[in-house]
Ligand binder design. Structure first.
Ligand SMILES: Nc1ncnc2c1ncn2[C@@H]1O[C@H](COP(=O)(O)OP(=O)(O)O)[C@@H](O)[C@H]1O
Ligand SMILES: [Mg+2]
Length: 295
């Protein structure tokens, strides 16, 4: 009732303007939460000179590390000095030297990196949860300066950089920043690693939409875990997902990585099934890598 009284005497034009102002405010708050317009975290200016790729995925455990390692191995094989980075990791194990992350070990191995693990992975948490949650638990916010220093060192020492994100695109880094803000700050074209099986159309389209909304450049999609037998017998979506992902996102499918035999793919132990490495090596990732663009 109160609302009705308030509207008495307001003409339609004024009302529309008021409503659209209110809507605009809502939108800008939402963008602040999830689009990185809130300042405070990534204020340090990165000036990376070498080309690179930022690897994200449609979920955690989707194959970002497998894909990043296979890309790094291929780039190394083609004669490039490959800088690998896992800027932020949670779920790290306690080792004699401190916290160690398996993704960083895997990336170091496949890139034949000369850098110590704390350069490859400057920010580490033990708790296996989103970085914002681990940071809150430890009362230790993400050290963006440490990430900047390590990326600048890798940039100086390498011809091309492969940066693996953490979780998926909207994984929180603190109350107001997500992996998207990290990707924007790093500035490289983004590669989306997607599952080959049922459910991937929704997750891949959502990831592409949210990255586009944030204004990021998307290099394309890597489909991981493709298995012709599953396509034939178990999951009818597998044989059509590639075509539909392409049509829905209007993005190139950069590579389709096969599913390795069980127990042949454990990147943290330096193992990736040869067919996966061979599939990744068919692509010249150096030509897909792009410059770091400040948004
Ligand atoms: N193509 C594949 N074939 C077989 N196993 C795979 C493949 N991709 C991923 N895996 C398995 O899934 C696990 C999670 O993959 P990973 O690359 O670590 O995911 P993310 O980095 O996205 O969390 C790997 O340790 C491996 O055991
Ligand atoms: Mg990983």
């Amino acid at each position: 009732m109160g609302m009705r009284f308030a509207l008495v005497g307001i003409d339609a034009g004024k009302l529309t303007r008021r409503l659209s102002r209110a809507r605009h405010q809502d939108v800008s708050i939402a963008r602040g939460m999830w689009g990185g317009y809130v300042v405070g975290m990534f204020t340090e200016r990165l000036s990376l000179k070498k080309p690179g790729l930022f690897i994200t995925g449609t979920d955690t455990g989707i194959g970002k590390t497998v894909a990043s390692c296979a890309m790094a191995a291929s780039l190394h094989q083609r004669g490039h000095r490959v800088g690998v980075s896992k800027p932020i990791a949670s779920g790290c194990r306690h080792d004699r030297e401190g916290l160690v992350n398996e993704d960083a070990e895997a990336l170091a191995h496949f890139a034949r990196s000369p850098h110590p693990l704390d350069v490859i992975n400057p920010v580490r948490y033990a708790m296996p949860v989103a970085p914002a949650v681990a940071a809150e638990h430890d009362d230790r916010p993400i050290d963006v300066q440490a990430i900047a220093r390590s990326l600048q060192r890798l940039d100086h020492d390498s011809d091309v950089l492969i940066v693996e994100g953490v979780g998926g695109a909207l994984v929180p880094l603190d109350a107001t920043h997500t992996v998207i803000d990290l990707a924007r700050w790093v500035g490289y074209p983004v590669v989306i690693v997607a599952r080959a099986v049922l459910g991937t159309l929704n997750h891949t389209a959502m990831t592409a939409a949210v990255l586009r909304h944030a204004g990021l450049t998307i290099a394309g999609i890597v489909i991981n875990g493709y298995d012709a037998d599953v396509a034939k017998h178990e999951d009818a979506s597998v044989s059509t997902n590639r075509r539909w992902i392409q049509a829905m996102t209007q993005l190139p499918i950069l590579a389709t990585l096969p599913r390795g035999e069980p127990d042949t793919t454990a990147p943290e132990r330096g193992q990736i099934a040869p067919p996966i490495l061979e599939a990744a090596h068919m692509i010249d990732w150096f030509t897909i890598a792009g410059p770091s663009i400040t948004h």
